[in-house]
Design a protein around this ligand. Structure first.
Ligand code: CMP
Length: 139
């Protein structure tokens, strides 16, 4: 089925000018960018977005990293978009990512791993709503 998923191009990637190369990977996989905005996340936004991880030992580091520079937030649409995006991103830890994936090619570490993508339909809907108004999404 056609789905929507939420994507973040993280500060390690925007700093290294990899935005276009990463978006090309999405488009080559059949995902369409139907909303996009470059932002500097506030600490409050990063803490709210990653609230599910707040008990994890790496939470502070994760929030600090996500506000360390600009990010590009996007809504991607396509057939099985959630799974397809996860395929294109590769494993969370770049050491475990398959050849050709975004994280294998660009990620620096498990923390500085270039992209975030929703992991399920419910989280995709929540994450899209966290950052985008309906009228900002043009499918
Ligand atoms: P993301 O998909 O954005 O969701 C949570 C993030 O936590 C994950 O990607 C990783 O970048 C980050 N993360 C997971 N494990 C660690 C870790 N051990 N140290 C730092 N960051 C981590």
């Amino acid at each position: 089925a056609i789905q929507r998923t939420f994507s973040i191009i993280k500060p390690d990637a925007t700093k290294r000018n990899l935005t276009g190369k990463i978006i090309s990977k999405f488009e080559d996989a059949g995902l369409r960018v139907i909303a996009s905005r470059r932002i500097q996340m506030t600490r409050e936004q990063a803490e709210g977005f990653y609230a599910v991880h707040k008990e994890r030992p790496f939470f502070g580091e994760l929030v600090d990293f996500m506000i360390s520079g600009p990010v590009v937030i996007q809504v991607l649409e396509g057939e099985d978009a959630i799974a397809k995006n996860r395929e294109v991103m590769g494993a969370t830890n770049p050491e475990n990512a398959d050849a050709g994936t975004i994280r294998k090619e660009f990620a620096l570490s498990v923390g500085e791993n270039s992209v975030h993508g929703s992991d399920a339909p419910e989280t995709a809907a929540e994450e899209i709503k966290f950052f985008f108004k309906d009228e900002e999404i043009v499918g």
